[in-house]
Design a protein around this ligand. Sequence first.
Ligand code: 2BA
Length: 109
Amino acid sequence: MKMIIAIVQDEDSQRVIATLMNEGYSVTKLATTGGFLRVGNTTMMIGVDDEKLDGALAIIENVCKSRKQIATSPSPVAGITGMYVPYPIEVTVGGATVFVLNVDQFKKM
Ligand code: 2BA
């Protein structure tokens, strides 16, 4: 058995979860925040039998889109005022960041 931990953008989360559940997967959704942009994203935990792993990954890959976002980052060099000036940078977020872990034991008690 595997545990998929998938971090997706909030915009994609409803569709991913609905599609996974329609296909018989169990999903736990967590409201999370990205460390870099510090905006909300969604982390899903999906426990799957080995033979269903590829199906789940395909759904996540098909649904999740990459998007460009503007982040504000402090300038690496202080200006003449001696203060760090924030400046906008464009980053491409997603589709999905996915970790696949081996599960030692799975029990419902
Ligand atoms: P954030 O940390 O908010 O990152 C959002 C996007 O900002 C990233 O998209 C990436 O394009 C960019 N980015 C992140 N760190 C950066 C840095 N140090 N310098 C320049 N650009 C940077 P994604 O790579 O698609 O990541 C989307 C979200 O997935 C991340 O949101 C974070 O919540 C999670 N994530 C990504 N890689 C991870 C990892 N290795 N471990 C844990 N969470 C991760």
